[in-house]
Design a protein around this ligand. Structure first.
Ligand SMILES: [Fe+2]
Length: 198
């Protein structure tokens, strides 16, 4: 890791939670009419910070899909938004993802299963990848850094629900659980990042 990046990370101060925007059925259980998006309050906790671990590499390629020939595993699409604790979209936020392959190995010689992208004008991002494999000592997880334009870097990890190893991983934090939908052709995951912007 470069000295500049270390300095930047040292100055980082972001912290916990997800923002779930749930569609509700209408009153009295009638399906159909969706309720309005819940009003924003200042009670949204920032997403919790976690260690980057030993496998972060700077200068990952810019790409929204980490899929490429030779990558095996269960495909998944991770989507979500980056917003502030005051619910404003963080347009242009830099998201840098990296994770283990299907066999639990990180590519430390190249950039397989590593990539960065920028959130759109509404703070939305979309990543195509595979479900990471397990490796000793850890439950299943995806590493990510999220940085607002000219702001501090949030470094964290995202977790999968219903993983047996979640209970035995001291780093596991349920506030960093993705919402997963297994019903489609590909696994769909969802996580919204909340940044403490000053
Ligand atoms: Fe890891």
């Amino acid at each position: 890791m470069s000295q500049g990046r270390r300095d930047f990370l040292r100055k980082s101060a972001a912290v916990p939670s997800t923002l779930l925007l749930l569609a509700h059925v209408g009153a009295y259980g009638q399906p159909g009419a969706l309720s309005a998006t819940p009003a924003c309050t200042d009670e949204h906790e920032p997403t919790r910070q976690q260690t980057p671990g030993p496998f972060f590499l700077p200068h990952s390629p810019q790409r929204v899909s980490l899929l490429e020939p030779g990558i095996n595993g269960t495909k998944m699409v991770l989507t979500g938004r980056v917003s502030s604790t005051q619910c404003s979209a963080v347009s242009g936020a830099l998201l840098d993802f990296w994770h283990a392959d299907d066999g639990g190995e990180y590519d430390v010689d190249g950039f397989r299963l590593r990539g960065h992208q920028f959130a759109d004008s509404e703070g939305r991002y979309r990543l195509e990848t595979i479900v990471p494999g397990l490796y000793p000592g850890r439950t299943r997880h995806i590493h990510v850094t999220v940085q607002p334009p000219n702001g501090p870097i949030l470094t964290t990890q995202l977790y999968f629900p219903a993983e047996q190893r979640n209970a035995r991983d001291p780093l596991f934090d349920r506030r960093l659980l993705m919402t997963i939908d297994n019903g489609g052709k590909r696994k769909a995951a969802w996580f919204d990042f909340v940044l403490a912007l000053t």
